[in-house]
Design a protein around this ligand. Sequence first.
Ligand code: TMP
Length: 214
Amino acid sequence: MQRFITFEGIEGCGKSTQLRLLSDRLEHQGFSVVTTREPGGSPIADQIRAILLDAGNRAMTPMAELLLYAAARAQHVEEVIAPALAVGKIVLCDRFTDATVAYQGFGRGLDMATILELNRLASRSIRPDISVLLDCPVETGLSRAKARIENAAGAREERFELEEMAFHEKVRRGYLELASREPERFIVVSGSRGVDETAAEIFDLVAPRLAGPR
Ligand code: TMP
């Protein structure tokens, strides 16, 4: 049975909303679901998240950034993902190892072999069974992400939103490349349409793969 489901995509693609809607629907069907996110998902990993997304940290080097994502993931996998999967829960995770390949690899241009090795170590070789990629044009995603940041309380998590358009284009292309390499794992869905229509499509594609005990 396939239980580890990740959501991926560029800024503002709608993945967090869709993750919540899928979680609600699966719980309604009687599945036991854990929702979580990266970077973060546990108290220590959330502290690393604050460092990573602080717009004041523009001087962070790409390698320091990569290692912090790996550190946050190691903590999160150990404390949240591995224990939940071990007791048979469905885990829905907002971003995981593919984000590191897309952002630090395709986006920043860091060495892919290094990224893959760090991903393997930090994730304890746990791989998603299903990855939902919400794809949308960079302009659409960034305008949504900017609106969200303006309306959010607390620290402005905008270090990535402030990157050049070209960076986000590279990330988008990277995700599409990953999806084309593993079509059996990825479900690619348009993030440009209405929330409810997209949610229905995702549910229809994911549900048949969740046969087995709830
Ligand atoms: P979020 O906006 O989905 O909460 O993600 C936070 C930011 O972190 C987003 O800009 C993507 C970035 N990110 C990476 O660059 N590498 C990673 O491995 C992960 C998990 C996220």
